[in-house]
Structure formats: structure tokens, C-alpha cells
Ligand binder design. Structure first.
Ligand code: FES
Ligand code: FE2
Length: 375
């Protein structure tokens, strides 16, 4: 009897066909704990992940915490105003240090009160003078690479990863004129859904589901025949939608003189591998940043806000509140769709079917995953 293929081998086989014959990814890459461990090791521990927006940490001492491939990390703004990242594990007996988000003037371990400065250096440790091997100036929280790219806080455990500005240069070529770095986050929430992280990422990268899954909200305005899905790049895929004037915020503000022609009404959907999903329009943006939580759950950071011209416009508060309500409803529809998919993937009789030409980004994403995970 033939040995069953590993999930990675199944995936490599799945993406070896031309796009015209593409099928959805094999079920095992969504359900296998072993495959998730490979993803953690080869993808989440290697790539740049998004911790949110830089303007979410405006003051020195503002911090957030996250876990990257099992590694607890602190991201904070230091006294000099630089955003930096470091290990969130104490150098004494290895308790984790900070939780959630907040502001601190120094980092005090909740176990025996070793205290660290905002640059990670050890500031003090009670009752340690009699240990001859203890040298305060030798002790610091290990640094984690962190860069702010177009306003996004990007973090990686990989010392050799090319800088985001290099790896994602193609994003800047496409949407540099929108100056995402000047957009301002207005809301930020986190939640946990019962689906695999890739199901949610894939849901974001295709607009094929809009007419049906979103028929209660935005689906009615979508014409599938007018949709295009250009080829993506190794580090991201994208598609875009030309909007009408149904919603003020989807069009460039009259005082925005940088965007021209169709740029003024184009909404971009950028899927930055592995797990930063950005909707960028001339007036607003929203995003999801995903981290897997077991094969069957995903932790989601969900945020968004306005383009700078709208931030200063008194009318936009009300418009944005309406938009936020709509985004939340759309999000709930996506939750339903993606959780139903996961339920289906777990079924015995289910099987991945063929992809539409409107799901090209999904196939590119599958190829990206396969390129990272050895067969
Ligand atoms: S583990 Fe942090 S002070 Fe002991
Ligand atoms: Fe959706």
C-alpha cells in the first residue's frame, strides 16, 4: 500500500498544475497540526509580520505585546521616540513580562521584580549582589527586528530577512501615491474566529464571494464581469475595484491633489504575505493582521481609519461612523463564510474544487506557501 502523502507533499502536487487547472488547497494543509508547525517554523518565524499601526503607539512607553511563532514579543516606543521590539521574557527565571497593551515607564517583571529600561537593558534587580556571576550591565532583553514601513509596524524574528521597503517595493510602486504612512488609525479591535488562518486570508484576496456572501451589505453593487485580478509578486498579491460615489470616503477628498483620474476612486486590496491584508481607498483604510491559533482558530487584529484630508474634515466623523458600522457587518458576513468553510473542510465527504479565474490570488498564495514549506 502507498504511504499517504504528507500535507506539504500534497500541497506541492496541488500547485504544480497551471493556473487554468487550479484547485483549492488540499484539506490537510488547513487541518494538520504538523503542517501548522511547519508554517510557524518556515513562515511565521521567518517573515515580516504586522503588529499594527505606528500611530497606535504615540507616546514614549506605549507598548503592545504579540506572539510570533510561539515567541512572546514586546513592541514599544522608547524614550527617543523610536519604535522597537524585544523579547517579552524575563532574563531571570523566564516569566513573561508585559500583557496586552498599555503604557509603562519601565518594564517590571511580575515575578521577582527585576526591572528593565525601555531599551531592554536591566535597570535593577533586588537582592542579587551576592551572586558573583550576576552582572547587571551584561543583562538585557534580546532585541527583535522591527521597522516602520508606510506606517505599519513590521516585526520579524529573522535577522536575515530583506527589509520591508525592499521586499515590498512593488507595493510602493502600486500605491505609493496614496501615502499610507499619513493615514490615521481610528479603531482597533481583536478577535478569534473558528477557522484556519489561510481560509480567512484567502477570503480576503478574492472578491468572487462578494455578490453572495455579502448580499446583505455591499454585494449588490458588485459586477463580477468587470473585475480583474492582475498577477501578483512573490511577496504579495492584489486586486482593485473602481468605486462609484455611493460612499464619500471611497473617493479622494477634494483637497487631495496628488491622486489623478481613476486613482481617485480606486480601492486596493493588498494581501501581503503571509498575513497582512489591507484595503486601501483614497479616503480610508482597514486591515486584518492574522496569527494562527491552532489549525482551527485564527487571532485577528482588525483596525482602520481615515486618509489625512478626511481626518481634518468635520463631516467625516459621521461618515466614518457609518462606514465602520458597514465594515463590521461585512466582517460578520466574512466570519460566517470562513467558519462554514472550515466546518466543510473537516467533513469526510468534502473535497477541494476548481478555482475561478477570479481566484488567481488564491492560487498565487498557495504557491507562496508551497515555496516556503519543503515537501
Ligand atoms: S522571573 Fe522575572 S524577576 Fe524572576
Ligand atoms: Fe468578504
Amino acid at each position: 500500500m502507498n504511504k499517504p502523502l504528507s500535507p506539504a507533499a500534497e500541497l506541492h502536487e496541488n500547485v504544480s498544475v497551471p493556473f487554468e487547472k487550479a484547485r483549492a488547497m488540499p484539506k490537510s494543509v488547513y487541518t494538520s497540526a504538523e503542517f501548522l508547525a511547519e508554517e510557524q517554523r518556515h513562515i511565521f518565524a521567518q517573515e515580516w509580520l504586522c503588529a499594527g499601526r505606528a500611530e497606535a503607539l504615540p507616546e514614549p512607553g506605549d507598548y503592545l505585546t504579540m506572539t510570533i511563532a510561539g515567541e512572546p514579543v514586546i513592541v514599544l516606543r522608547d524614550r527617543e521616540g523610536t519604535i522597537r521590539a524585544m523579547s517579552n521574557v524575563c532574563r531571570h527565571r523566564m516569566s513573561t513580562l508585559l500583557e496586552g497593551r498599555g503604557n509603562v515607564s519601565r518594564i517590571t517583571c511580575p515575578y521577582h521584580a527585576w526591572v528593565y529600561n525601555l531599551d531592554g537593558s536591566l535597570r535593577g534587580a533586588p537582592a542579587m549582589t551576592l551572586n558573583e556571576g550576576f552582572c547587571k550591565s551584561d543583562i538585557a532583553l534580546p532585541k527583535v527586528r522591527c521597522e516602520v514601513w508606510l506606517g505599519w509596524i513590521m516585526v520579524t524574528l529573522n535577522p536575515d530577512a530583506p527589509a520591508p521597503s525592499e521586499r515590498l517595493a512593488g507595493v510602493e510602486t502600486l500605491v505609493g501615491k496614496y501615502h499610507m504612512e499619513n493615514y490615521h488609525e481610528d479603531f482597533r479591535e481583536s478577535f478569534r474566529w473558528a477557522t484556519n488562518w489561510k481560509v480567512l486570508a484567502e477570503n480576503f484576496m478574492e472578491s468572487y464571494h462578494l455578490p453572495m456572501c455579502h448580499n446583505g451589505t455591499i454585494g449588490g453593487h458588485v459586477d463580477l464581469l468587470k473585475m480583474t485580478c492582475p498577477e501578483g509578486e512573490p511577496a504579495f498579491n492584489y486586486h482593485f475595484i473602481l468605486k462609484n460615489d455611493a460612499l464619500d470616503l471611497t473617493l479622494a477628498h477634494p483637497t487631495n491633489t496628488t491622486l489623478e483620474g481613476d486613482e481617485r476612486r480606486t480601492t486596493w486590496l493588498l494581501s501581503i504575505y503571509p498575513s497582512l491584508l489591507i484595503t486601501l481607498s483614497p479616503g480610508y483604510f482597514w486591515y486584518l493582521s492574522l496569527t494562527p491559533d491552532g489549525p482551527g482558530h485564527v487571532n485577528v487584529l482588525y483596525g482602520g481609519g481615515l486618509a489625512p484630508e478626511f481626518v481634518t474634515d468635520p463631516k467625516s466623523r459621521e461618515n466614518f461612523d457609518r462606514l465602520k458600522t458597514l465594515l463590521d457587518e461585512v466582517n460578520m458576513e466574512d466570519k460566517g463564510c470562513t467558519e462554514r468553510v472550515y466546518e466543510g473542510i473537516l467533513a469526510g465527504l468534502s473535497e477541494p474544487g476548481p478555482l475561478s479565474h477570479l481566484e488567481r490570488p488564491n492560487f498565487e498564495f498557495a504557491r507562496y506557501i508551497a515555496s516556503r514549506i519543503p515537501a
